[in-house]
Every structure is written in C-alpha cells, then in structure tokens.
Design a protein around this ligand. Structure first.
Ligand SMILES: NC(=O)C1=CN([C@@H]2O[C@H](COP(=O)(O)OP(=O)(O)OC[C@H]3O[C@@H](n4cnc5c(N)ncnc54)[C@H](OP(=O)(O)O)[C@@H]3O)[C@@H](O)[C@H]2O)C=CC1
Ligand SMILES: O=C([O-])C1=[NH+]CCC1
Length: 362
C-alpha cells in the first residue's frame, strides 16, 4: 500500500524517497521471507514417544530393519560413521547418526541424536539410559519435515536387528529353536525376551542379569503377562548359556560374560551390548572360533576394537546374506551377529512412523 502511494510523488520527492523506498522494500522482503520460512518451520511435526508406541508394530519394525540391512549391503544407502561426544569425566555420551536410505517404502534422509547415560536407571526417578530423537528431512529441499521421538524406535529396531539376523543366520538354516538365553535384563534384555517370543517359538527363554533380582522379577512378570512358564530365571551366566541354541547379550559389561567353552556347537549369538568394545561381552576364543557377521562393516570398523584381528572369522554383513551375495554358515561353528546399530535402520523406522502417523491422521 505504502509503495503504491509513492508512485504519485513529484520527481524531486521521488529522488528523496529512493532511500526510504529501498528500506521499506528490504523490510518487506525480510518480513515475507521470514513468514515463508516460519510457514515451513510451522509445518515441522513432532511425533512423540506415546504416538510412536501407539502406531509402531514389531512387524513393521522388523520389515523396516530387514530392508535397511538389504539396502545397505547392496549400496543403496549412505551412512557415515557416527560421532561420539563424550562428556569429560563421565561415561555419558552423545552420538550423532546421519544416514540416507533409498527405498520407496522405507527411504529417508535423516539423523538420529542419541544419548547413552548409563547412570539414568539408578536415578531416584529411574530413566532409560538411552534417549533418542530422529530428524527426518525432505529429500528434495533438505528442510526438516519431522522430529520423531527415537527412544522406543531404538529399543525396537535393535531387537529387530537381532531377530532378522537370527532368522537368516540360524532359523532359515533349519536349526532348532529350543532354548534362548538372554544375558542382561535392562531395556534391551526385556524387548529381546518379548520380541523373540513373538517371532520365534522357543520352549525355554532363560534370563540372567548382574543384579539377580531384576532377572527373577522379569521372568515372573513375563510369565504372568503371557500366561506361560517359558521364562526361566538363571542365577549363573554359565548355566544360562550352556545348552542354549540362541544367545543374546545385552549388557554394558566390560568383562566377558560368555566363554567359548560354554557355547553349544552351531549356536547363534546376538552380541548387542557394550557397543564401544565388542571384545568385552564375548571372549576372544569365541570370536576366533565363530563365523562373525556385522550389520555394517564400514561403520563397525572404527568402533569395534580388535575387528582387524578377526579377518578369519569375519564373513560379512547380514544384509549380504539376505541378498544372497554371501552364504550363511552351514557348519557347526557358532555364528555371531555383532550389531552396532545403524542410522539407516533409524531412518527406515522413522519414515515408517512418519507415514503411519499421517495415515492414521493423528
Ligand atoms: N547395538 C545397538 O544398536 C544398541 C546397543 N545398546 C547397548 O546395549 C546395552 C544395554 O542397553 P539397555 O538395555 O538400553 O541399557 P540398560 O541400562 O537398560 O541395561 C543395562 C544392562 O547392562 C547391565 N550391566 C551394566 N553394567 C554391567 C556390568 N559391569 N556387568 C554386567 N552387566 C552390566 C545391567 O545390569 P544391572 O541391572 O545389574 O545394572 C543391565 O542389565 C548397552 O551396552 C547399550 O550401549 C543399546 C541400544 C542399541
Ligand atoms: O545404535 C544406537 O542407537 C546405539 N548404539 C549403542 C548405543 C546407542
């Protein structure tokens, strides 16, 4: 309005109005640009933990993780090694995990911010030790579309990665699923116990934990919840492991909790915990005498201490087995799946949650 009025001024007045006009134009440009940007920003969605828990199923998580593993091994992903910002004088760490996955259904450009504060469960008001958020960005513009709460997603996708690995490296080999042993009954131990019961049919699911009472009460709670008696509490890690067909380790233990001598020939192990030093939960002899599979060789290289010494054991990625690029192990050597957790899994599950959120019109 103000600009149009200027058109009727005299030449002299016009000359003197050039500077104010430019100023006004600048102000308007800034105003409209800001409004445009803030419109984009206003469109950015936050999908909270309760929404994620409501809409995400284990089947969807399993499918997304399976696709992420396949795509990674066929070169349709970009995944940089994650950064670790360690808070000095503590074990607390912030990880940034950027990734890109090309897939019609599960493709996304994203970045997870995840903290690991191991003291959290012991706070007066107990909190999870892992807390995460996943940023989902528009592939065409790079503008953030949504932040999806990532704590439940991290919990589910980590266990789903073990389930996918168990399917391809063990179950599809026609091997027996009688006894499952889970060492560690924190968040990961619990989800593995429930998810493995859901996807597989173990007759006995053994639970061991450093703080024994927690394993005992989890076994009781799950037996009650599912009206069953398959969950058994084990006081001792050796007896928990001996005779087990599939073993899952989900602790932050800096010392070995599984030894080669205890492991049944042909058993399968998912080593989930102690992600900064994978020689800690399983002993070296076990690594040397097993066939080792990773989620991503590239991203595990800088993180898995001693990986370079395991060239005789390392077979490759689970995604390469799914893609039939390499065979699974048919022999009696145990198989180990060492999953460090992948950004592209978070992108895939984050995208699934984003789509489900819109389908449900929450
Ligand atoms: N690979 C991946 O993608 C992911 C890996 N992780 C890793 O999995 C592990 C468990 O995570 P989460 O379940 O969320 O964590 P929680 O804090 O919920 O559980 C930690 C578990 O580790 C046990 N533990 C801790 N310190 C020791 C120790 N010194 N010796 C033996 N046991 C110990 C705890 O036992 P107690 O009850 O006695 O304290 C508890 O069972 C962590 O190492 C974490 O980094 C987690 C998420 C993703
Ligand atoms: O992949 C992940 O999110 C994590 N791995 C270890 C701690 C968190």
């Amino acid at each position: 309005m103000f600009i149009y009025q200027q058109l009727y001024k005299t030449e002299y007045q016009k000359q003197n109005l050039i500077i104010p006009q430019i100023l006004v134009l600048n102000v308007l440009t800034v105003y409209f640009t800001f409004n445009l940007v803030s419109t984009w920003q206003d469109k950015m969605l936050y999908i909270n933990e309760s929404n994620v828990k409501d809409i995400l199923t284990w089947e969807k998580t399993f499918e997304a993780v399976e696709v992420a593993m396949k795509r990674l091994s066929s070169g349709q992903t970009v995944q940089m090694p994650r950064t670790h910002t360690i808070i000095p004088g503590s074990d607390n760490v912030l990880l940034t995990m950027p990734g890109y996955l090309k897939d019609e259904k599960f493709g996304a450009l994203g970045c997870k911010l995840v903290t690991y504060f191991p003291g959290n469960p012991k706070r007066t008001e107990a909190l999870p030790s892992i807390n995460a958020n996943i940023m989902i960005l528009d592939e065409a513009t790079g503008i953030m579309k949504a932040v999806v709460a990532g704590t439940e997603i991290t919990t589910q996708r980590t266990s789903a990665a073990s389930a996918v690995a168990t399917k391809y490296l063990y179950v599809n080999q026609g091997k027996a699923c009688n006894i499952l042993a889970i060492l560690g009954t924190g968040i990961q131990g619990r989800i593995h116990a429930e998810m493995f019961r859901h996807f597989f049919h173990f007759q006995e699911i053994r639970l061991w934990n450093r703080t024994k009472e927690k394993a005992k009460s989890l076994a009781e709670e799950l037996n009650r919840k599912f009206d069953t008696n398959v969950f058994k509490y084990y006081e001792n890690n050796e007896s928990c492991v001996r005779g087990a067909d599939v073993i899952v380790t989900t602790t932050a233990s800096p010392v070995h909790i599984v030894h080669y001598a205890w492991v049944k020939p042909g058993a399968h192990i998912n080593a989930v915990g102690a992600s900064r030093n994978h020689f800690s939960e399983l002993d070296e002899q076990l690594y040397r005498n097993s066939d080792l599979y990773l989620d991503s060789v590239e991203t595990m290289k800088p993180e898995m201490a001693g990986l370079d010494m395991l060239t005789d054991s390392l077979r490759g990625e689970v995604g390469a087995v799914i893609n039939k690029m390499i065979p699974s192990s048919p022999n009696e050597r145990p198989t180990i799946f060492n999953g460090g957790g992948m950004a592209v899994e978070d992108c895939a599950v984050g995208r699934a949650v984003y789509d489900l959120y819109h389908e449900r019109k929450i």
